[in-house]
Design a protein around this ligand. Structure first.
Ligand code: SAM
Length: 313
């Protein structure tokens, strides 16, 4: 069961709306503080976040140099502890000792909101299990900003993190999302963007979508269009910078009607245009629940027909 923070709690993290965050305060309340940091524009950090970072016992961060620069810009000197995916298991016990002993630790990631495709989940789990209070200073997060800028429905959305980097598993992952009646929010590297968009178009069809690039930075761009338009645009070359892909969900009539043979063939043909017989069968099976073996046989036949058509005009 969740509880609201008591309104009377003193300390830096619990300033009320009418208390200026910049007002000097002694120490952050004990516990683990999850603090969001800018995703590009260094001005995007709250006064409360800065007050917490200035007054905790330790700031755990992915890259001490990067977080050190952010803090220095705001005149904050803090005890920084490196905490990233490669040393987390080793560093976590010491952080927990500080917390269990009544100290305060802030966790930040390189950019955005910690734990969102960034380290921190296990630290939070173990802090909760140890009865440590966990609080947060909310702020920037690239997937959420991309979603609200996309022009796509925001009432229901699904955050899928990074897609698999290899084409086969990526198409299978996309197929599992095919019937989801929610806007899809996915992270991608700029280098893989063209291939990912092509796979999305093959598996999800020509849905409305948006590519949000370099958000809050000098070259911020949100390109909106159907998946086939976007795949066509980026086929010319990978862009520079960081990107989030947002894709419209399955239409509201998601009570999936049974697929006719013609529907199945049409979907298999689309998948075959983008990949192998095996991948096409696996993707459609994951999407529809139809037996993979049957779909494989059918896809093989379609693929042979396609080859014959290609050599016999
Ligand atoms: N925790 C972070 C957050 O809340 O924004 C996300 C961390 S994840 C490791 C990094 C990915 O987020 C990038 O590869 C990119 O997909 C996306 N991203 C981060 N900053 C971005 C920006 N300024 N514009 C667009 N996408 C961004």
């Amino acid at each position: 069961m969740s509880e609201e923070a008591p309104a009377t709690t003193a300390g830096v993290g619990q300033t009320r709306d009418d208390t200026p965050a910049s007002k000097p305060q002694p120490r952050a309340d004990p516990g683990l503080w999850l603090v969001a940091t800018p995703i590009g524009n260094l001005g995007d950090i709250s006064g409360r976040a800065l007050a917490v970072l200035a007054s905790v016992d330790r700031v755990a961060c992915e890259d001490t140099r990067r977080t050190g620069r952010l803090l220095a810009r705001h005149g904050i000197s803090a005890r920084l502890v490196s905490y990233h995916e490669h040393n987390a298991a080793r560093v976590r016990p010491a952080l927990l000792r500080t917390l269990v002993g009544g100290g305060s630790v802030a966790l930040v990631s390189d950019a955005g909101t910690p734990l969102i495709s960034d380290p921190g989940y296990k630290l939070v789990c173990e802090a909760v299990s140890a009865g440590v209070r966990v609080s947060g200073c909310p702020g920037p997060s690239a997937p959420l900003l991309a979603l609200i800028l996309s022009g796509l429905p925001t009432d229901r959305f699904y955050f899928g993190g990074f897609l698999p980097s290899k084409a086969g598993p990526r198409r299978e992952a996309l197929a599992t999302l095919c019937s989801l009646d929610a806007t899809l929010v996915l992270l991608e590297s700029p280098r893989r963007l063209p291939a990912s968009l092509a796979d999305m178009e093959a598996v999800l069809g020509p849905r409305p979508a948006a590519v949000a690039r370099e958000l809050t930075k000098l070259h911020e761009e949100v390109r909106r269009g159907s998946l086939d338009e976007l795949a066509g645009h980026y086929a010319a070359g990978a862009p520079k910078g960081e990107v989030v892909i947002v894709v419209g969900g399955a239409r509201g009539d998601a009570a999936q009607p049974a697929l006719s043979d013609a529907d199945i063939d049409e979907r298999l043909d689309r998948l075959l245009a983008a990949g192998s017989v095996r991948d096409a069968a696996a993707a459609l099976s994951a999407e529809t629940g139809l037996p993979r073996r049957e779909l494989y046989t059918r896809a093989l036949a379609r693929s042979r027909t396609r080859e014959e058509c290609a050599v016999d005009p």
